[in-house]
Design a protein around this ligand. Sequence first.
Ligand SMILES: [Fe+2]
Length: 286
Amino acid sequence: MSRAIIRFTIRRGEVKIATISDLHLDINKDYPVLDVLKEEVEKENADYLIIAGDIYEDFRNVIGEMRMLENGASFRVLYVPGNHDLWSPEPHKYKVDYIYSSFCDDERCLSGKYVIDRDVAFIGDVGWYDYSFGNHERFSDEMFAKMCYMGRTWQDSIKNPWTRDNIRRCNIQLEVLSNSLDKIKGKKIVAVTHMLPIREFTVLDARPEWEYFNAFLGSEKLGELFENKSVSYSISGHVHYRKEIEKKGVHYICPCLGYKSEWKFAKGHEEDLTYHIQSSLRCFEL
Ligand SMILES: [Fe+2]
């Protein structure tokens, strides 16, 4: 059941939205990610900062850090959990359903609710994967369900029991998102998921292992849902790319900060946090 949160605002006109994903505050702990992010979002004069998951591998810190980020800021923070955020901070200490319900109870997390401000509605959740982005000419669903290939194991299979039936979990997430979308007709919709809704954002380079591991990046049914329900903007993360495309009436944005170890690909900016925040942060008005 989705709960509505209506934001009453004294601002008029269009809603200005800043988006980013995959902050990985624990992995990027040597850098003042939230301080620089706050400064950049303030400069953009945004009403909202939307974060599409993978914030901290400890749900308690995700909730606390998002509250701190909003404290004293001129913008509101909304986020969805990523797959890393759903891992138990100490193995087996917390069940995934407890972690997920803690996110549903957090007012800044879009899971289980929707937010309306002026003509804009925000919905979102982690989303999940159903193998639809894997190469089905080479692999069967049974092979994808093993979540292990060429000696590499997809970590969710160890750390999240949802992976015992990924297709069922994906269908549950699709239903949750669909129910929220049905409640907000007539609004300009921003849909936020950690998982990818379109194949174009998956790993399409020549590395053969990704014909397998793309299976765990999202679901084409997410994109179909967003097209059918007239979503204006889809924000997703997970793949650590910075990309955007327009497709069948939906503007898809993947604005990932990613791991510090991945910043080395930007020659001359390997240690430059401000550069990477500015490169990944994507702002628009609705
Ligand atoms: Fe990530």
